[in-house]
Design a protein around this ligand. Sequence first.
Ligand code: ZN
Ligand code: ZN
Length: 559
Amino acid sequence: MPEKILVTAALPYANGPLHIGHLAGAYIPADVYVRYQRLKGADVVFICGSDEHGVPITIRADREHATPQEIVDRYHSLMKESFRRMGVVFDNYSRTSLPLHHKISQEIFLSLNAKGWIREQEIRQYYCVSCRRFLPDRYIEGECPHCHRLGARGDQCEACGRWLEPEQLIAATCKICGSAPEFRLTKHWYFRLSEFQKQLEDWQASKLQWKNNVREFCAGWFQEGLTDRPITRDIDWGIPVPLPDAKGKVLYVWFDAPIGYISSSVEWAQNLGTPERWRDYWCSSDTRLIHFIGKDNIVFHAIVWPAVLMAHGEFILPDHIPANEFLNIEGEKLSTSRNWAVWVDEYLEVFPPDPLRYYLEANAPENKDADFAWKDFQTRNNSELADVLGNLVNRSLSFVEKQFDAKVPPAGEPSEADRAILRAAAEATERIGKLLEEFQVRRAVGELMDLARAGNKYFNDAAPWATIKTDRARCAATLYTTLQLEAALAVLMDPFLPFSAEKLWRMLNAPGSHLDQRWYEVPKLRLQEGRPLGQREILFHKIEDDIIETQIARLKSSQ
Ligand SMILES: [Zn+2]
Ligand SMILES: [Zn+2]
C-alpha cells in the first residue's frame, strides 16, 4: 500500500495578490515535496484555498468602497491563476467564503462547545461612537508602549514586532475615522487553550524531527503558559457564531482558516464523486498530515490548531509543520503596505516560472531569512540554469542531430567514465529523495545542479568532438550515455523545474510522460538506441542586463 500523505499549504489571505515571499515560505516547498511524493508513487493529496475572512479584508473593502465579497472574489481568482502559472498544482484550491466551509466551521465550533471546550466571557473592548461599531484589534492604531513608534496596530507593532493588546496602545484612535474610541462591554467566546498545554507539550516532545524554529517558538509559548483565546469577533464579515445569543458575532478568522484544510478536502472528495473519501485521510491514523507554512503562522499551526483538533477528537494531528523563515527583497524586509515586494503576476508578465522557482529553491529561507535580489536572480538563471543545465542539454542534443541523424546513438561498450556518470545519477536520485523527505529543498536542488555539472565535466572529458574523428563507436557511447543522463535529469527536475522537465522530456522524445516515471526507477530509465529525438529548443534563455535594470527600477519606483 502506498503511503498516505495529506499536504496543506497555508491558506493565502485574499486581500492582495500573491508575492514571492508567499511562494518561498510555503507554496514552492510544498509543491516540490508533493511532486516528489507523486513521483515516488505515494497516495498524496495537496490541499489549499483562499482565506477570505477577517478584518484586513473589511478594511480594504471600506477603503475601496467595495464589498468584502468583491475584494475576495478578485484576489481569489488572481491567486489561483498565479499558482497555476507557477506550476503549483493543488488537488483542490477552495475558498473559505463558501457555504460548505461555513457549515463545517460551525459544526466544529458547536462540537467543541458541546464538549465544554468553549466558554463565554464579557470583556471591555474599544467601541467607536462615531462609526457605531466595536473595533477589532486591527481597527485601532496608536503609539507602541514598547518602542513608542506611532501607527502601531491593536494586535501588533510592526516597527518592533511585538504582539500587543489594544488597551496597551498609547492614545488609541479608530483607524476608520480617527476619533478616540471608548471602552464598552461585549461578550465573546473563548477556546480553553490553557487546558491543552500538557497534552500539547507531551505531543510535541515526540516530534524530534521538527525544525528548530518551530520547536523553539512553541517552547517559548509553553514557558509563558498558554491562555484561553477568544475565537469570536464583533464584525459582520465572517462565519456567524451558530448560537442564539451571538447575534452580530462571527468566528475569528484564525479559528476558521485552518478548518479550511478540512473543508477544502471535503470539497475535493465531493468533486471526485466520492464525498466520504476525505475521511480516509483526515480520520485515518495511517495518514501523515503535513502543514507547510511561513514562520508567522507557527503559533496557529503548532499550538492553537492542534489543540482544536485534540478537543474535537475525530481528526488526525499534524505529523510535521515545516515552517520557513522570511524572504527579504534586495536586503530589506518585504512589506506589502510599502509595496516593497515582487508580485507573482507581475513577474510572470516578463519571465517564465521555472527561473523563479529555481531561485526560491536554491535560496530557500529554510533555516534563516533569505534575500531576493534581481541581480542574483539573473546570475542564478544565466550561470546555473542556462550555462550548466541548459548547456549540457543543448550541446549534446545538437551534437546528436549533426552526427547521429537526431537518433539515440548505439550504446556500444560502456567505459568506466560512462558507468561512473550513470552511477552518479543513481546516487543523486537517492540523495535528492532523502533530502526532500527531510524538507531540505535548498540542498536537494543543489544536488540536482551538481549532477548537471558532473554531466558537463563528463562530456568535456569524453571530448566527443575529437572521438567522432578517431573512434565513432566511443563517440556514440558518450552521446548515448549523455542522453540517458538527461532522461534521468528530466524526471529529477520535475519537483523543482516542472515546465523545463516536461520540455526536456519532449526534446528527448522519451516515451509517455515524465510524470509517469517512478522516482526510484530513474536510474534504470533507458532511451532506446535508434529512437529519434524530438524538436530541440532552448531549455533556459539568458536574461539580459536591461531587463533586470527595468525590474529594479520598477521595484524602487513603486514604493
Ligand atoms: Zn513597537
Ligand atoms: Zn471610527
